[in-house]
Each structure stands twice: as C-alpha cells, then as structure tokens.
Design a protein around this ligand. Sequence first.
Ligand code: MN
Length: 327
Amino acid sequence: MITFQELLRTRNAFLLTGHENPDGDCLGAQAALFHLLQALGKRVHIVNPDPIGRAFDFLTEHTPFGHARPEVPLPEFEVAVLLDCCQLSRTGALGPRLKATGRTIAVIDHHVGSDRGDGSVCYVDVTAAATGALVRRLYRELDVPLGKAAAEGVFLSLVADTGWFRYSNADAEVFAMASELIASGVDGSRMYDRLYRRNHPDSALLLASALQRHRLLLGGKLALVSLDAALMERAARADFETDAVLDPLRSLNGVEVVAMLKERHDGTVRCSLRARGDVDVQAIVSRFGGGGHKKAAGATMRMSLAAAEVAIEAAVQQAVGAAGRPL
Ligand SMILES: [Mn+2]
C-alpha cells in the first residue's frame, strides 16, 4: 500500500477538488496543497464543483481556482485529490466524471469515517481541526517550506473551521500553527475584513428575516430555523451566507442543538446541525445519510421542509435524551 507522501512524490499530474459550495477550509487547503505540489515540480489543477465564493476571492490573487463546466473536458491527471470530503457524491456532477477516468482517487479529510470513503489513498485524521492543518503537516513530512500563498490558505482553513478560534476544536496545534502563520506574514485582521465585512447591503435584513423564523423546541434545547426556497433565492441574490444565523441561535441560554433547514428546488432539504455541550450531531445526521463532526454536521434530506422539521425534532429529542439529560 502506497503512503500518501509517496503518492505525492511519485505521481506527476494532480487534480484537486472538494465538496459542492466549497467553504474556507476546503478552499484554503486546496490553495496550500496546490503550492506544495508545485514546489515538488508537479502539474496541478484545482477543479471544484462550484465557482469560488465572492468572500474568498482574495485567494485567487495567488492561486488559480477553476470549476467544472459540463462542456469543458477535465485536465489530464493521474490522481484526483478530494479535500475536506471523502465521497465523490459530494462533488455533484463532477463525481461521475472523475470516476469515469478510472484514475486514482485520494482523500485528505478530517470528517468522521473519511478513511472509509472513495479514496484508495487517504490522509485522514478526525482529530485535526481543519483539512488545511493536515496539508500543513504534509509540508513538514515532505520537507517543503511553506510559502506566503500556502500560509494564507492554511490560516483560512483554521479560522473557517474553528469559528475564528472559538470552537472546541481550536486545540494546541491550531494555535501553534496560527502563531507560526502570523509570524510568517499572514495578516489575520485583513483576512477577517475580507471574509466578513464585505456583505451585500441586503444582508442585515436577510439575517433579520431568517432569524425571525426560528422556533425554540424541546423545552428550549433545540433552536430550529427553516429557510424556504423563496428566502433562499433572496439569499442567493445577495450572496448571503446563511450560516450567519447559526451563532445567534447557539448563543441562547439552554439551547443544545441548532438546526438550520434549507429548502432546495430539487425537492431536497439541506440540514445543518450545530451542538453545544455533549450532543453528538454527527450521529444524528448519519441516520439521514449525512456526516460531519460531533459538534457540526449536515445532511441532504429527500423530503419536504415540513417533513424535515418533524424528522429533525424527533431525532434531536432522542439524542438529547441519549446525552444524559432526559426532557
Ligand atoms: Mn473542514
């Protein structure tokens, strides 16, 4: 069995990809791995299922991000690397195209069970706070110095997945890496402004409308917010990041789980769960075919918004009971 490091050393052409609607960890890790492979003299292309979000456009100053278009052939590659996910199904319409090439699928990921996904060669650690932290480790193991563009990518990964160092996954490795990255010239405050302070003028009203729809259930332990397709369309037009509703709900005293349900036009509902305390939301979403981490997880549910609300409330009720605090 070839190691991940050997794979990077011995193959010459790589395609880097990740999950649909790539987030800061996915994109930051891709930027860092792109420059690692270039330093090793490899050919490398980033081809994501979706274009890079506007908030992350600063990454494109140093790193070329591409996305798949049905009419454009994929670049030649020997290895496709999935970052921040482990299943081709998470890459949307790109998945079947990658599979059809018959090339090696590799995985760098930190989600629960990611060593049992579609990767035949995996670099996985579920205790790592971010996929970008794993790419940082690869630089050390391959003895490649971290350049400025890669440092920016790793820092973005860390802040994206630790909620700017607030979540319980912000461990000693995260702070040690962050310290090293800031010392190497990453401007954290500037990145914060670029990520979070360029919102569309409609964003404040969208946040208010979304928050207005929340309900407290299970005696205040579950905060549930349902965003119907009409609101999701307004959000898309304003590039509004719906995750912004999660923190205000998680801040409410007594809330143990926050559930956000987003209605899609294809008849599915995207569910995002966040936990405070001991409830394992990864276990909850696994019943619906989803995945993630103990404190942050998601699933795509094939049902109506109303049915998803009922299903999630029931599943959370069971889990809150299982966590040792019966209602
Ligand atoms: Mn991640």
